[in-house]
Design a protein around this ligand. Sequence first.
Ligand SMILES: Nc1nc2c(ncn2[C@@H]2O[C@H](COP(=O)(O)OP(=O)(O)OP(=O)(O)O)[C@@H](O)[C@H]2O)c(=O)[nH]1
Ligand SMILES: [Mg+2]
Length: 216
Amino acid sequence: MAYRVDHEYDYLFKIVLIGDSGVGKSNILSRFTRNEFYLDSKSTIGVEFATRTLQVEGKTVKAQIWDTAGQERYRAITSAYYRGAVGALLVYDITKRQTFDNVRRWLRELRDHADSNIVIMLAGNKSDLNHLRSVSTEDAQMLAEKEGLSFLETSALEASNVEKAFQTVLLDIYQIISKKALATQEAATSTGLPQGTTINITNLSSNISKRACCSN
Ligand SMILES: Nc1nc2c(ncn2[C@@H]2O[C@H](COP(=O)(O)OP(=O)(O)OP(=O)(O)O)[C@@H](O)[C@H]2O)c(=O)[nH]1
Ligand SMILES: [Mg+2]
């Protein structure tokens, strides 16, 4: 979802959290939206979401962040989860190699279900457990470069880089959208069409709007 509206916020961006069970997705969400952390959080069942409104390049952006279970059997219907998402935080646990090895699997799932222009941030969580590290920063950086992702190591526990991870994703989305809006405006000007109010609908959101409007 990347709608431009006139009241409490300028943009609404849907961001999804993905990654194996136990990597810390729900705690990243609670840290970002409520500044809370739970040492003994339970596995997510189904889908939850939380929002936070913040400023990006002088615009008010409402981030609507969706969280589901990493465990297959608790996951909600995949296509509905990804529908309308303009950003994704793909999380692994720096102390658990398997969760990093599965990043490719999550990328495939994104490719299959999400918009091809989705902005993706790879997040190596639990950076506070450096002494238990089993994934080097360099390995993750290499993978991120190869796959064209942004990358940060985060700690939901220490509130390290969580804010930055979301800010980076939101800024990337915003920049894509404003470039598209500018291109649309320029195209309209060059074709001599009358100038009206510009409605910023990206490729990302147009899929959704179509689906939402015409599914029956
Ligand atoms: N040390 C440390 N522990 C963390 C961090 N983030 C989460 N945890 C712990 O890791 C465990 C799992 O965290 P969750 O946030 O529930 O993991 P999840 O990815 O949402 O798991 P599912 O809902 O099963 O997919 C909990 O015990 C958290 O307290 C972190 O940054 N550092
Ligand atoms: Mg969870």
